[in-house]
Write a protein that binds this ligand. Structure first.
Ligand code: ATP
Ligand code: MG
Length: 269
């Protein structure tokens, strides 16, 4: 009975716990009083205007940026701890903007994702090759796997970068604007793929996106970030634009014209 309780606690303990986090960049307070908890299997969409701190939050979770105040625990460890190697996948904003002079194929790019400091010498090549093959298949770029990354479209490159994150077998994947440069169809299939990933493989995903309608349809939970968290809840309860404007403290400029009061939200979220 006791061991079942301990097991239950381990299974239920959150993957990520952020307490009272504040982050400064170049002397300016970018994030303040951030509190959030993420459980295994969640698919969380983070939205917010340009410059609202979305990338800063992901970079702080990864441990690239340091907290001014508060704490972050990932799998009960501090960011960048050794025991987190290989557990966290990362797709950066504009990750697909790889320099044109890098002459590697799509498959080689995905393969690079399987190599980390911990497994560099220990992991079998066969195992890696299988994971690469599987990840390439998952994002549907088998037909271009031998093409140079510089010669494929932006959307295809984006898929390759996502395949690279999937090939790591990371359990927790952070994506910053992965939908940029993708056509409508590719966006939908990628979102479905990520959703399946959470449901079937028990992965946990945090994804930043400006595509509010797309992410709202797919993510289970939505966070609206603007220096601090202004909304955190089920995607179906995400506020409409008018409520969002009120929440953000944007007052109506023209009494007879609602659009003016929250056009900012409309364009940039
Ligand atoms: N290297 C940096 N040094 C100092 N300030 C920075 C740096 N990078 C970003 N900032 C500032 O931090 C704030 C938040 O930036 P961040 O990139 O996190 O926003 P974002 O929500 O990801 O925006 P976007 O939607 O444009 O990607 C902005 O005011 C930005 O000017
Ligand atoms: Mg950003």
């Amino acid at each position: 009975m006791k061991s079942a309780l301990i097991e239950d606690k381990i299974l239920k303990s959150p993957i990520l716990e952020i307490d009272n986090l504040s982050v400064m960049r170049s002397g300016k307070l970018i994030l303040k009083d951030i509190n959030m908890t993420v459980d295994k299997g969640e698919f969380i969409g983070i939205v917010g205007p340009n410059g609202s701190g979305k990338s800063t939050l992901l970079l702080t979770i990864l441990g690239v940026l340091k907290a001014q105040e508060g704490s972050i625990r990932i799998y009960d460890s501090n960011p960048m701890s050794r025991n987190l190697y290989g557990k966290i996948g990362w797709v950066s904003q504009a990750a697909s903007n790889l320099p044109k002079e890098v002459r590697i194929t799509i498959r080689e790019l995905v393969y690079l994702g399987t190599v980390n400091a911990k497994n560099m010498f220990s992991f079998s090549n066969k195992n890696r090759r299988e994971r690469v093959k599987e990840a390439i298949k998952m994002v549907g770029i088998q037909d271009i796997e031998n093409v140079d990354v510089g010669r494929v479209s932006g959307g295809q490159r984006q898929r390759a970068v996502i395949a690279r994150a999937l090939a790591t077998e990371a359990e927790f994947i952070l994506l910053d604007e992965p939908l940029v440069g993708m056509d409508h169809e590719s966006r939908n299939s990628l979102l479905k793929l990520l959703d399946r990933f959470c449901h079937e493989s028990g992965k946990t995903i945090i994804m930043v996106s400006h595509d509010l309608s797309a992410i709202r349809q797919t993510a289970h939970r939505m966070i609206f970030l603007e220096e601090t968290i202004k909304f955190d809840g089920m995607a179906e309860n995400f506020p409409d634009l008018e409520s969002l404007a009120i929440m953000r403290g944007i007052t109506q400029v023209h009494e007879d014209d609602h659009n003016h009061s929250y056009s900012d939200t409309k364009e940039r979220v």
